[in-house]
Design a protein around this ligand. Structure first.
Ligand SMILES: Nc1nc2c(ncn2[C@@H]2O[C@H](COP(=O)(O)OP(=O)(O)O)[C@@H](O)[C@H]2O)c(=O)[nH]1
Ligand SMILES: [Mg+2]
Length: 442
């Protein structure tokens, strides 16, 4: 597929709108555009009001090096489905090809307008619905940690090349690569990579939602609580213990932060294999959650059970970065005392707003802990774990006086995985996966 053939697509979302935009990019973009416009020429970077064939009138803008880095013409027309489609069809009929999902951004990457990490940030920016997601995407789009990694990588490439040069002179016992400089660079990379991977959990929480596992005994009112939070009837509520066998996930935005609520099966040892599996899931959900909501029935007289349950959950979770909130449900029923924690009635909608406030507060604390650069991209996280591994081998090798050729192999490994983040190293498959996530027209 020639990279300079001319592609076109509707860039605005499918459907009727006030206006729509059709975008065309590639070597013949200007020539094809002029066939359909009522004007004989387009000036670079000037928005021209003109007629588009006999379909509509609107604004045409020509960029000699547009978003893709290639000649690009953008047509803004009235948002009629017919006009958008017919305009696109006219462009296709005169030599343009329908763009694949993400192809405009892919070209921007291939033309060096964006690195791979920035291209991925474009997709994240489009997907962002909360301020936190937006902040993450914009920081990555502006360079973020990828630029820092690329700079460190470039220095490491030089030192690795010098190290490898020594191998050609192996008889002569020379040292081209300054070992202390190499050591310092490896340590500085290790530090950067380490703090990035450490921030991944928070980054993911902000990007995908802060995971809140709702756990507790069957019938405590976990599903009812989720419904009360969401104010609809997504989770099945029943008074037969153990109805929630599968986990249910729901997203909710509170105070600009996305929460991912996970309703689990009840905590009860069970002979029923399906429910036993559900119990395991509930512990898993608690393990993966940022916040655990432990729900109990306040009207239940067997109170020490809750204490035991909490102990057995915390025993199987790493609580260092988790918050556990105790929710005393069914406060509409007669009960004794005022225990610590949140007192609510899922059924009567009492205390629910208070609970939302507490959740938002805990989440703010959680997100605020890590106010520096955050890693939210799973692909980068994966690559950085491999980088960390290779760097550890390099550091050990340098310390232990390992043969230069072996150190060089580990360095090459580290360079390779670093390169996959910004795109100095990429396979076609990786690119297809990344750009396939986009919509057509981006
Ligand atoms: N009185 C009262 N009943 C409740 C409350 N919350 C839930 N229930 C009832 O308790 C039973 C079990 O609720 P459910 O949400 O399915 O519990 P789960 O097994 O923990 O998911 C149902 O009959 C609910 O109507 C509440 O706040 N007050
Ligand atoms: Mg339930």
């Amino acid at each position: 597929m020639p990279s300079n053939d001319t592609i076109a697509a509707i860039a605005t979302p499918a459907g009727v709108g006030g206006v729509a935009m059709v975008r065309m990019s590639g070597a013949d973009a200007l020539t094809i555009a002029l066939k359909h416009l009522s004007v004989g020429s387009l000036q670079p970077h000037r928005a021209i009001h003109c007629r588009f064939a006999d379909l509509d009138d609107g604004i045409a803008t020509y960029y000699p090096r547009g978003y893709t880095g290639d000649p690009t013409v953008e047509f803004t027309c009235h948002g009629s489905l017919y006009v958008q489609q017919a305009l696109l069809q006219a462009l296709l009929d005169s030599g343009a090809r329908l763009a694949e999902p993400g192809e405009f951004t892919r070209r921007a990457f291939l033309n060096g307008r964006l690195n791979l990490s920035q291209a991925e940030a474009v997709a994240d920016l489009i997907d962002a619905v909360t301020p936190a997601q937006h902040r993450l995407a914009v920081s990555q789009l502006r360079g973020g940690y990828a630029r820092q990694l690329a700079e460190l990588r470039a220095r490491l490439v030089e030192l690795t090349a010098l190290l490898e040069l020594e191998l050609d002179f192996s008889q002569e016992d020379v040292e081209f690569a300054d070992r202390s400089e190499l050591n310092a660079l490896v340590h500085s990379l290790q530090h950067t990579v380490g703090s990035l991977t450490a921030s991944f959990k928070t980054g993911q929480a902000l990007k995908r939602g802060i995971a809140v596992a709702i756990v507790g005994r069957p019938n405590a009112g976990k599903s009812s609580l989720l419904n009360a939070l969401l104010q609809d009837e997504r989770a099945i509520v029943s008074d037969i213990p153990g109805t929630t066998r599968d986990t249910i996930e729901e997203l909710l935005t509170l105070d600009g932060l996305t929460f991912r609520f996970i309703d689990t099966a009840g905590l009860r040892e069970s002979a029923d294999p399906i429910e036993a599996l559900g119990l395991e899931r509930s512990i898993k959900a608690a393990q993966q959650a940022h916040i655990i909501l432990f729900v109990r029935n306040i009207a239940d007289p067997f109170d020490n059970q809750a204490t035991d349950d909490i102990a057995s959950i915390t025993a199987r979770c790493d609580m260092s970065e988790k918050h556990l909130l105790v929710v005393h449900n069914k406060c509409d029923l007669p009960h004794q005392g005022t225990p610590q924690g949140l007192i609510v009635s899922a059924k009567e909608h009492l205390g629910i707003e208070e609970m939302k406030k507490t959740l938002a507060q805990v989440a703010k604390e959680y997100a605020g802990q890590n106010s520096g650069i955050l890693l939210a991209n799973a692909r980068h996280y994966d690559a950085l774990l491999r980088v960390a591994d290779s760097l550890r081998h390099v550091a050990e090798g340098l310390e232990g006086g390992m043969p230069t050729d072996l150190v060089a192999v580990d360095l090459r490994d580290a360079l390779y995985h670093l390169g996959t983040i910004t795109g100095e190293v990429t396979g076609d498959e990786v690119l297809s996966t990344i750009f396939g996530r986009f919509c057509i027209g981006k």
